[in-house]
Design a protein around this ligand. Structure first.
Ligand SMILES: Cc1ncc(COP(=O)(O)O)c(C=O)c1O
Length: 375
């Protein structure tokens, strides 16, 4: 074996980038899936929708494919016009991303310098760490409340003169708790004007379906400093593979800053067409939200019956403490039952699994498998 060539320079890439993990994971092989064809495994680990997107979105994407010899609209005009009409947010303050993940990483690039601080919930979405680490900034993680929602009081208290960015996920992934507008406004008011508040609303539609507040107007009225809400077509709209997310920012200047950072054609033409058509099929989305609620409640009840302690989630996922080590539970669920679930890779949460809701058939298989694994 030959040794890897040395890096061209001790400073390229920057030290804190050398230390980052490479994203992604290897494909599942038959041997860890009990000899099953990996294509038959039930995917209940990535908070994806198990349901295809709206038929109208599929037709729009098929049509758009025939014209991909042309570049997409670099200003996503049709999509931002439709989002503006739906949300009441000014069109020139809306930015699109290749998934909301692109926006999360981008916000770190224009806010953070080495040794700055970023306040996040604990546990919360892993990309916030990346947004901080690629810029050499420090993550200050504040434990979530018992109901799995972010602790706005604790997060406000964690802010120092070095804080530049706060990621507030509601509903929070992986715990699934959501905040009232009163809570969000408390943090929005407490943050200094030189801190950017990111409201991560990737699961916004699920929160509204569960009777939660719509925070936009309340935050707009309460906060003088900069803020942005990130949402996505990956979850309730079932378009995770298309990679479309958006940011509703509080000023044209902030929206323009995102624009300056991005690659010019960051959302491809098929994705733009699919997202636009998906927005127009509200009934399809509502039926997915309702099916998700039913399966989430079945899974939560089953987990409690089996001696687990789930957080009271409103999302398309549940995190739960298990009576057996989570790593072994995840492995056995895959090997013995062909069900892929996740676990929380966060210090202090070693005993927690995370399950994405899927079809009712998947819930049956999940609960049968868990009963055997936890017996
Ligand atoms: C809280 C949260 N934010 C953002 C994302 C990123 O979603 P996407 O890049 O697919 O829009 C996810 C994905 O799981 C998430 O859970």
């Amino acid at each position: 074996m030959t040794a890897s060539p040395p890096l061209p320079s001790p400073t390229i890439p920057k030290r804190f980038i050398q230390d980052l993990p490479t994203p992604g994971w290897p494909p599942i092989q038959r041997d860890v899936a009990g000899g099953r064809d990996p294509a038959t495994i039930r995917r209940m680990n990535l908070n994806e929708s198990p349901f295809p997107p709206s038929p109208g979105a599929i037709a729009a994407m098929q049509e758009a494919v025939t014209r991909v010899n042309y570049y997409p609209d670099p200003k996503w005009r049709d999509l931002t016009a439709a989002l503006s009409a739906q949300t009441g947010h000014p069109q020139d303050q809306i930015v699109m991303g290749c998934g909301s993940d692109e926006l999360i990483v981008s916000v770190g690039r224009f806010c953070l310098s080495p040794d700055d601080e970023v306040v996040v919930g604990n546990p919360s979405f892993g990309s916030y760490n990346k947004a901080a680490q690629v810029n050499g900034a420090k993550v200050v993680a504040v434990p979530v409340r018992q109901d799995g929602a972010c602790d706005v009081q604790g997060m406000a208290e964690a802010v120092t003169a070095r804080t530049r960015l706060v990621f507030l996920a509601t509903p929070n992934n992986p715990t699934g708790g959501m905040l009232s507008s009163e809570d969000v406004v408390r943090l929005a008011k407490a943050l200094p004007d030189d801190v950017l508040l990111v409201l991560d609303e990737a699961y916004y539609e699920y929160g509204i379906h569960a009777g939660g507040d719509d925070h936009l107007k309340a935050v707009a009225a309460a906060r003088n400093g900069p803020w942005v809400s990130f949402r996505t077509f990956s979850k309730a709209y079932g378009l995770a593979g298309m990679r479309v997310g958006y940011g509703l920012s509080n000023s044209v200047e902030l929206a323009d800053t995102f624009q300056k950072m991005r690659s010019v054609f960051n959302v491809n033409a098929v994705a733009q067409a699919g997202a636009l058509a998906a927005l127009g099929d509200r009934d399809h989305m509502l039926s997915i939200l309702e099916r998700t609620r039913i399966e989430r409640e079945r899974i939560a009840a089953g987990l409690i019956r089996l001696g687990c302690e789930p957080y009271p989630s409103v999302g398309n996922f549940l995190a739960a403490k298990t009576p057996k080590p989570a790593g072994a539970v995840v492995e056995a669920m895959l090997a013995d039952h062909g069900v892929l679930i996740g676990r929380l890779m966060v210090p202090g949460f070693e005993d927690y699994i995370r399950i994405t809701t899927a079809t009712s058939d998947d819930t049956d298989a999940l609960l049968t498998g868990l009963a055997a694994v936890l017996a």
